[in-house]
Ligand binder design. Sequence first.
Ligand SMILES: [Zn+2]
Ligand SMILES: [Zn+2]
Length: 298
Amino acid sequence: MRERGLQTIARLCEQADDKADAVPCDHLLRFCVLGSGSKGNATFVEAGETRLLIDAGFSGKEIERRLAEIGVEPETLSGLLITHEHGDHIKGAAILSRRFRLPVFVNEATLAAAGPVLENLPQSKPFVTGETFVFQDFQIHPFAISHDAADPVGFLLNNGSLLMGYCTDTGVVSRLMQHRLSSCHGLVLECNHDPDLLRNGPYPPSLQQRVRGNTGHLANADAAGFLSDILHDGLEHVVLSHISETNNHPDLAQEAMAAVLQTLRSQRGDNCPVPTISLAHQDRVGEVVILGGRGEER
Ligand SMILES: [Zn+2]
Ligand SMILES: [Zn+2]
């Protein structure tokens, strides 16, 4: 089964074994934001033989369709990680879990708050926010974020040598998040709204307040400030995600990040390493990113 579709990282490494430039398996980590925004979120992450989804906020069929676009058969998935109970993060989780017998890693408060949407899971694996757990090829650290949900988390995934961070749906960034994500090589980071567009847009005041509040969503400038705080030479790729279709524009999100990188270059010279910045999309699959010096696959 694993021979069909996108080859696993482990298989890629086996094939590279004969070559002089073979990359040890734990030096590769692949991820792809399958879609992101208020209408649905799901991200594919892979290391070794382990294939995970972080959130499953589209219908099961839609997630299967998006996985197929990157050549991943859902039968080859290993498990699901859930950040919080909002529908745009869990809509398809139970159906995928049942269809493919996937363990669902979720904290107890989120599971309780999700109610019927996450009922009858074949395997729910409770984790405790702040406590690292191991699943197959990954060490996974769920850390607290600031969002209007029961016990929302971001994740730091570690395959032994590479770190991938996932941080969306947070009204503010904290020192804890900065600490957790300060050495990651790849990062999916929320870049939700532009405050002026939010203020002048169609959202009623109460909803604006929710988005902009401390337990809402992250503004472009705050995401840029966060990137500036955690920039380091090992950071290879940042995917801007959960971009509002109403209160933001992809260009504004990218400009905020470009300014951070420009400041870095002006301090350290044009040849200093800077991460690639790409965008996650609501309606289509984003780039497949391979961390570990091999660059992007497409
Ligand atoms: Zn969300
Ligand atoms: Zn949310």
